[in-house]
Design a protein around this ligand. Structure first.
Ligand code: DON
Length: 570
């Protein structure tokens, strides 16, 4: 029996539904100051970023240090064996770095199909056949090369210390390992580290990762070649071969991160920059905002049914268009096509009805209900000079494909599942994707990650979220809370959220996101509502032109936010 046969898959999804923590009513204290700010999924990683800011680092130095610390203390999603995206605004210039994984050279269109042409989900999720070529070693280095102010070794140092001297296991980590024990236990290499004696490391205990510390030390000394060449790359190829993978040292060597033009759009008095292809995230944010502006969404009562109705109808169309997207080399549409004025005008005219448009009428495919929620992580950093960095990084599933590379100390991703294994059919998490996102050697799999920065004359913010297909809808709601309704940052992050992704045709609703009468009215308009305990986990920062900084971690998770106060007299 396979790990993800349909009954197990159901159980897996059910467990995800049940254990997701409800949104807590209490909010963490908002962190405010003047010397820089960090918000991330783990306190030790936030501290690493703050340490680098205090040492005189800029937002990029601190963001890279935070990301590397997450690779140690938050191995569910923080990584060196995965990839991600960074969107930054440094000295007033918005940039986007793509360090998304690529398909190995030996990957092929039908590699996840059985003889009958049916997708074999386990193959794209478990073990090294599911792994894309890691992008993080090259990406974090490249980001620092271009913008960093401190020495590279200084930026890597906090992560080396955490891995070498040890860090205190959090309750979240213990729980995540326990939940993934079946996956991690399949690989003796992984179990030896993460399930010592068959048990997850206990919350409160000290965890040391000596192999990872050595890998990080080599990375600090020699940059990405320390991992993408020589004995470490060879170790990755060996363990991949051993477990049926196709990842080769040559793939690692050939990998390049890519600077891309961010998707930039104006909305509600702000300018927003987010990730272009191979992420659909920036396009979905831009389409949503563009449609809402056209229909003067800001004039609808904030908590009424009309507002939710129009938001959902905008998302329905943006996610239908997502079907056309994929790696820039094969995508059937570009950001320019989908953010084109004429296209948005046409789509906006469809939003006039007061009834739900069935998704089948926006596109003609249908698919069973499913959900996406595994592990990704977002961090946001601001420095005192007004620069901001927004990084979303992931192994895709929690602990990726489950395989830890012995002697190297990090887990490999299972990002290959983000490709359309069988174009036109739903993936494990209900996203229906097109031929544009079919598997192909060297291609980058389509993402939903939406690291974003937004600014106007008086202030700049950075934000983003994990949550698979829900990332763009979560992110845009926090943006709208600030841009349209003037919420302060923490309130904008805390506010309950909803989600719709075209297919399945339903609105997912966090507790208290809709007033009872609003829910009734939406159902009257033809919507199906489905309760969901939590949507996303946003980490955000904001810096004003006067240099005041603010950081907000999401009460939906145990993340942490902190600020630096400049030393007296500085
Ligand atoms: O790139 C993507 O869209 C997915 N691999 C992200 C996965 C994710 O967010 C899981 N997180 N909770």
């Amino acid at each position: 029996m396979t790990l993800f046969s349909s009954s197990r898959r159901l159980a897996f999804l059910l467990v995800l539904t049940i254990i997701a923590a409800p949104v807590s009513a209490a909010s963490p204290d908002p962190a405010r100051g003047t010397g820089g700010a960090v918000a991330s999924a783990a306190p030790a990683a936030t501290q690493a970023g703050l340490e680098i800011l205090r040492a005189g680092g800029n937002a990029v130095d601190a963001a890279v240090a935070t990301a590397l610390a997450l690779a140690v203390v938050h191995p569910q999603a923080g990584n060196l064996g995965g990839g991600g995206f960074a969107v930054a605004r440094m000295d007033g210039e918005a940039t986007a770095l793509d360090f998304r994984e690529t398909a190995p050279a030996a990957a092929s269109h039908d590699m996840y199909l059985d003889a009958k042409g049916e997708p074999v989900t386990e193959r794209s999720l478990v073990g090294p056949l599911a792994a894309g070529v890691p992008g993080s070693p090259a990406g974090l280095w490249e980001l620092h090369q271009r913008y960093g102010a401190l020495d590279w070794a200084q930026v890597v140092a906090p992560a080396i210390r955490l891995a070498g001297d040890g860090f205190v296991v959090t309750a979240r980590l213990e729980k995540s390992v326990a939940k993934a024990a079946q996956l991690l236990g399949r690989f003796p290499e992984t179990a030896a580290v993460w399930l010592p004696g068959g048990e997850p490391p206990a919350a409160g205990s000290l965890m040391k990762l000596p192999d990872l510390a050595a890998t990080l030390a080599a990375y600090a000394e020699r940059g990405p070649e320390a991992i993408t060449g020589g004995p470490l790359a060879a170790a990755i190829e060996i363990v991949s071969n051993r477990h049926g993978g196709i990842l080769k040292a040559a793939d690692l060597k050939a990998y390049r991160s890519v600077w891309r033009e961010p998707v930039v759009f104006d909305a509600f008095g702000w300018r927003v920059a987010s990730m272009p292809l191979p992420s659909s995230g920036g396009i979905i944010l831009g389409q949503t905002a563009g449609l809402l502006e056209r229909i003067e969404w800001q004039r609808t009562p904030r908590f009424g049914a009309e507002r939710a109705h129009l938001l959902v109808e905008a998302w329905r169309r943006a996610y239908a268009d997502r079907f056309l997207l994929g790696d820039p080399s094969t995508s059937r549409a570009t950001a320019a096509d989908l953010l084109d004025d004429e296209w948005l005008d046409r789509r906006a005219r469809e939003l006039r009805s007061r009834r739900a448009t069935p998704s089948d009428e926006v596109r003609s495919w249908s698919l069973p209900a499913a959900r996406e929620s595994t592990e990704t992580t977002h961090l946001s950093v601001a420095d005192g000079a007004g620069n901001v960095v927004s990084i979303t990084t992931t192994l895709n599933g929690s602990f990726g494909c489950g395989l830890l590379v012995p002697g190297v100390g990090f887990l490999l991703n299972n990002e290959m599942d983000d490709f359309a294994a069988a174009p036109g059919r739903p993936n494990l998490y209900g996203l229906i994707q097109g031929e544009a996102n079919a598997v192909g050697p060297g291609k980058r799999m389509l993402s939903s990650m939406s690291p974003a920065v937004a600014w106007r004359e008086t202030e700049t913010m950075a934000l983003g979220s994990p949550g698979g297909s829900t990332i763009p809808t979560v992110t845009v709601q926090v943006l709208l809370n600030v841009m349209v309704d003037g919420d302060d940052l923490q309130a904008a992050v805390n506010r309950p959220r909803i989600h719709h992704q075209w297919m399945p045709d339903q609105i997912e609703v966090e507790p208290d996101a809709l007033a009872p009468e609003t829910a009734v009215e939406l159902e009257r308009r033809g919507y199906r509502l489905k309760a969901r305990n939590r949507l996303g986990e946003v980490n955000a920062v904001r810096v004003t032109s006067a240099g005041t900084v603010e950081a907000a971690a999401d009460p939906r998770g145990p993340g942490s936010a902190g600020v630096v106060q400049p030393a007296p007299g500085s």
